[in-house]
Design a binder for this molecule. Structure first.
Ligand SMILES: [Zn+2]
Length: 567
């Protein structure tokens, strides 16, 4: 075992002390200080082109990734393992009056010990075995573990039979500009140095899955995330004659009831099940109060996937929306009939019909009907809309659909289904090719080698459950699956763009071996030192050695034994 504890802790503190909240100038400070730190190591003084600071692409904010390369000399080989971690954090507002101390773990611990704390937090604090602060868990201790290994092999390249690439990326907590931009650098280094990327090891944090869960998890792939969105047009009416119109909020309510928390929409794969979708927005587009019902409403849902493609999800949700729509109509009909009886008005059947349209079908229809005039108008409209910086990708998409709806000949109320945000692809690591098999085998060996040094079970699972940038490293979807995203995001190519082909080009199998702790994204964020600063770097190292091998397959086990006896 490498004795990494003290150095990983020290590096963690150095990283945490540079406040690097996503979408702030702190991201630049963080990249600068990491670039300097790596650049000052003797190996990189000798090989200055092996560390770079690389500006993000297609980004509205100035920020950088830091990449570094160490070439082993034990055996000259193309085999390369990528170590990835994000340098940005979420904000520090949650620390309240302790905000000033959020990025100074030692001061923070002192201040927290004067507060009344939840029992478990107090127990951890008093034990001295836990480290507190913004980013200690998510995920600067993970970056520190990677840095530790990078530094170690830069000092001992003769122990490395292959190469290591470190990616410390920005903007993980928001829009993934960091990892998406890094794909270009990976490609460039692959060509320049003839690197053969065998695997990527991410080191984002892991946490217990339920109260009392003793396991420390390693994830072999990651959950995918979609944001299915529904623009709902109604038929406007005065509230005094409500049955003469169709209130889009009524449809929205039924839609949310149908989709939120619905276990039929959980995606099971490799024995693991996603949590069901839940609504993240439900609004109408009335700018101010009037006594008219709304013209349109907007709802979107978080949607996790393990095995379904974005195309599958559209088809399932079209069905769900149709169910919701017809249920809303039958409730409305029932209530209308009852009202007519109560009030003595003559009953007449309401005209509404279930109508759910997938965005790309509406597009085709409009292009068929209006041709160039429509396309030109929309190009112009989107260009103008881009100037409004208050619109996020989700609102931008809704505004585009709203404008397109005006071109529809048949304006009877409808639900239009589309995607309005980044698709983070799912990654299933099934062992479907040799590369995946090798990584899975290396991981099993690493866990077996390290487990005896640690009292709690180290357990592997298939899907990292919290959404992370591993999504942007490999694609499990075919082209048809991806087309469902590009053709159904109204902001595609204007407000929003992802080069999925660049992901497919890199397509490296991934695992996540990361720090363990609690309360990421809140003021009690903390990591367990023993697992995070000792087991994580050693597990990562064991995977690296097994993948790169020493002098070929036969000696891989020997290499692993050698590192274990070092402690
Ligand atoms: Zn993270």
């Amino acid at each position: 075992m490498l004795s990494s504890r003290e150095e990983v802790l020290k590096l963690t503190n150095e990283l945490v002390e540079v406040e690097s909240v996503v979408n702030t100038i702190g991201e630049i400070d963080m990249a600068n200080s990491l670039y300097q730190l790596i650049g000052s190591l003797p190996y990189f003084q000798k090989n200055p082109s092996y560390v770079i600071k690389s500006v993000t692409e297609h980004d509205e904010i100035e920020r950088y990734n830091v990449l570094a390369l160490v070439k082993g000399t034990r055996e000259i080989s193309n085999k390369t393992v990528i170590l990835m971690g994000h340098m940005d954090t979420v904000g520090i507002e949650d620390y309240g009056k302790l905000k000033e101390k959020a990025c100074f773990p030692n001061e923070l611990v002192k201040a927290l010990s004067n507060e009344s704390l939840p029992n478990l937090v107090k127990e951890h604090l008093d034990s001295g075995e836990w480290h507190f602060g913004r980013g200690v868990l998510d995920m600067k201790s993970g970056v520190a573990s990677h840095l530790y290994l990078l530094k170690y092999y830069s000092e001992h390249p003769e122990q490395l039979a292959g190469n290591l690439v470190l990616l410390a990326e920005c903007d993980e907590e928001d829009s993934s500009h960091g990892v998406l931009s890094a794909l270009g650098d990976f490609k460039r280094w692959r060509d320049e140095h003839q690197l053969d990327y065998l695997a990527l090891i991410n080191s984002d944090f892991v946490a217990p899955r339920f109260v009392g869960d003793p396991n420390r998890y390693i994830y072999k792939g990651t959950v995918g995330k979609l944001l299915p969105s529904f623009f709902i047009t109604g038929s406007e009416t005065h509230a005094g004659s409500c049955f003469e119109g169709l209130d889009p909020n009524f449809l929205a309510a039924e839609l949310t009831r149908q989709i939120s928390y619905n276990p039929d929409l959980c995606d099971e794969s490799l024995g693991e099940t996603t949590v069901p979708p839940v609504s993240l927005k439900q609004t109408d587009f009335k700018p101010t109060y009037t006594i008219q019902t709304a013209l349109s409403a907007y709802v979107y849902f978080n949607f996790f996937i393990h095995s379904w493609s974005p195309r599958d999800v559209l088809i399932k949700l079209k069905d769900q929306a149709e169910l919701a729509y017809s249920r809303a109509l039958s409730t409305l009909e029932m209530r209308h009939r009852k009202y007519c009886e109560q009030s003595g008005q003559p009953f007449s059947k309401l005209p509404w019909k279930t109508r759910v349209i997938i965005y790309e079908d509406m597009q085709k229809l409009l292009v068929d009907q209006h041709g160039e005039a429509f396309s030109e108008h929309m190009d112009h409209f989107k260009a103008k809309l881009l100037l409004d910086k208050t619109l996020d990708t989700r609102m931008f998409a809704a505004r585009v659909v709203e404008e397109e709806w005006n071109w529809m000949k048949d304006k009877s109320p409808a639900i239009i289904l589309f995607y309005s945000s980044l698709y983070s692809p799912r990654i299933e690591m099934t062992g479907k090719n040799e590369r995946e098999q090798n990584l899975l085998m290396a991981l099993d060996g690493a866990v077996e080698a390290v487990q005896p040094h640690y009292p709690y079970p180290i357990v592997t699972r298939n899907f990292f459950p919290y959404v992370c940038d591993m999504s942007c490293i490999a694609l499990s979807d075919n082209e048809e699956g991806i087309r469902a995203v590009t053709e159904n995001n109204p902001g595609w190519g204007t407000k929003h763009y992802v080069n999925y082909e660049a992901i497919r080009d890199i397509n490296v199998p991934v695992v996540n071996i990361g720090p363990y702790g609690y309360d990421a994204h809140n003021r009690y964020e903390r990591m367990e030192i023993q697992y995070s600063a000792e087991m994580v770097p050693n597990l990562t190292n064991e995977v690296i050695l097994r993948l790169l091998g020493i002098g070929g397959r036969q000696t891989t086990q020997h290499a692993a034994d050698e590192t274990i006896t070092k402690s």
